[in-house]
Design a protein around this ligand. Structure first.
Ligand code: SAM
Length: 301
């Protein structure tokens, strides 16, 4: 019922906010948002893509549809651990959540990025000059498919702890871009191995796993020295819990972030080492995901 109501409300809502959203994008650009990212934000407010992009994105829609029809045992995933005490140092590798089973339904509809947000990732990768994309949390590879479809010439590396999910991600990704690479490892182990090889080349990082404040800050600290100036770091699920929202508030104050945008689902940071203080924008009212409501603290999947 709630979902149906949201679907019915989306179109009039977008119409109502069409002009204010355009003004908000212009304000962001005037404040320093690179103009190449405008189409991604325009899409969030008015989601339509040209036929040429629709053709590129069609196979990814097909992967999601296929998930819903599977009847074999679904692969488990590492859940997000409950919040750690706020004074826990984020220099130590944080313990991951438990490996738990998920239904295909949940994988297709909840844990994978939706098409709407997937297209946003696609447009970010498409417009930004990009050499390397790193993702923490492949799942079955949907978000990585959108990212690599946006910029097939860029190197994409995505990390997944669950061996079954990593295998599915590999199968899906190889159909979109055979050069994309899935690393089956826990995040910290993968970063130990890959960051020295990728140093200074990271243009886009998507962090979508272990949604917990200390972990989020820890992974940001780890990748920070390896980012190219003006790299885009996309934090998923900043409204997952109060704890994740606190992480976002800290990130949006970081001295290494020059621009921070709350989109309602993603926290978007443009990173510049030694930036004095980020310019912070809230674009969440123009996206129609309405995810600002915080989840109960005991729901950490
Ligand atoms: C929300 S899902 C990713 C969904 C994917 N980005 C998408 O949108 O299609 C998060 C994934 O991160 C993995 N994960 C969580 N914590 C991890 C860790 N510490 N190391 C490796 N993988 C982890 C989980 O197994 C899960 O598959």
């Amino acid at each position: 019922m709630r979902e149906l109501l949201k679907t019915l409300l989306r179109r009039p809502y977008r119409l109502l906010f069409r002009v204010p959203a355009q003004h908000a994008i212009q304000r962001m650009v005037a404040d320093g948002l690179p103009a190449e990212l405008m189409p991604a934000f325009r899409y969030l407010a008015q989601p339509s893509v040209p036929a040429s992009d629709k053709r590129i994105l069609a196979p990814i829609k097909g992967f999601r549809a296929a998930l819903r029809h599977r009847t074999d045992p679904p692969p488990g995933a590492f859940t997000s651990p409950p919040p750690q005490p706020s004074d826990t140092p984020h220099t130590d590798p944080p313990p991951p959540g438990l490996l738990r089973p998920f239904s295909w339904e949940l994988i297709a509809n909840k844990t994978c990025v939706s098409h709407y947000w997937g297209v946003f990732l696609f447009l970010c990768a498409k417009r930004k000059p990009v050499q390397t994309i790193l993702e923490l949390g492949s799942g079955v590879g949907m978000s990585a498919c959108y990212l690599t479809a946006g910029n097939p010439g860029a190197q994409l590396i995505t990390v997944e702890g669950s061996p079954q999910r990593a295998a599915m991600a590999e199968a899906n990704l190889s159909a979109i871009n055979p050069r994309a690479r899935v690393v089956n490892a826990m995040f910290d182990n993968a970063l130990d191995e890959w960051l020295p090889k990728l140093s200074g080349t990271l243009d886009i990082v998507h962090i979508d796993g272990q949604h917990e404040r200390i972990s989020t800050l820890h992974y940001f600290e780890r990748i920070k020295p390896h980012l190219r100036p003006s790299a885009l770091v996309i934090f998923d699920d900043i409204h997952w819990s109060d704890d994740m929202h606190r992480a976002w508030e800290e990130l949006a104050r970081s001295r290494d972030v020059s621009f921070a945008i709350n989109t309602g689902r993603y926290g978007i940071c443009l990173c510049q080492p030694g930036a004095s203080r980020p310019r912070v924008h809230d674009f969440s009212r123009y996206t129609t995901d309405w995810r600002k409501e915080k989840r109960p603290r005991n729901e950490f999947w």
